[in-house]
Design a protein around this ligand. Structure first.
Ligand code: FES
Length: 108
């Protein structure tokens, strides 16, 4: 499967609210975007535990993502599960060029 880089057409980096996960679709995949200061992170929109919509989750006081269903905690910067259940958040590479967001996904 080839890696393909897609432009997020309807959002630029400065339109993303700081610290609020936003769901979008890129290359036919649902992706969660999260801006932390000048960095934009992208990861799977479905929780690796039981598929809850992660963009309905929130950041805790340490800046880690809390899943809305069972409250497992993930580090959005490296995908690690911090609450001890052993799951990993699948992350997508992100590039910002002139404020536009590009995300690389595996095509099906
Ligand atoms: S579905 Fe996310 S923690 Fe269970």
């Amino acid at each position: 499967m080839p890696l393909i880089t897609h432009l997020v057409e309807h959002l630029s980096a400065d339109q993303l609210p700081e610290g609020v996960p936003i769901e979008t679709e890129v290359g036919g995949k649902k992706v969660c975007l999260l801006r932390k200061k000048e960095t934009v992170l992208a990861f799977t929109a479905r929780c690796p535990h039981a598929g809850a919509p992660l963009c309905e989750g929130w950041l805790n006081g340490a800046g880690h993502l809390v899943c809305p269903l069972h409250k497992y905690v993930f580090n959005p910067e490296n995908g690690r599960n911090l609450s001890g259940e052993g799951y990993k958040l699948f992350r997508y590479p992100v590039e910002i060029k002139e404020g536009r967001i590009f995300i690389t996904v595996l095509s099906d």
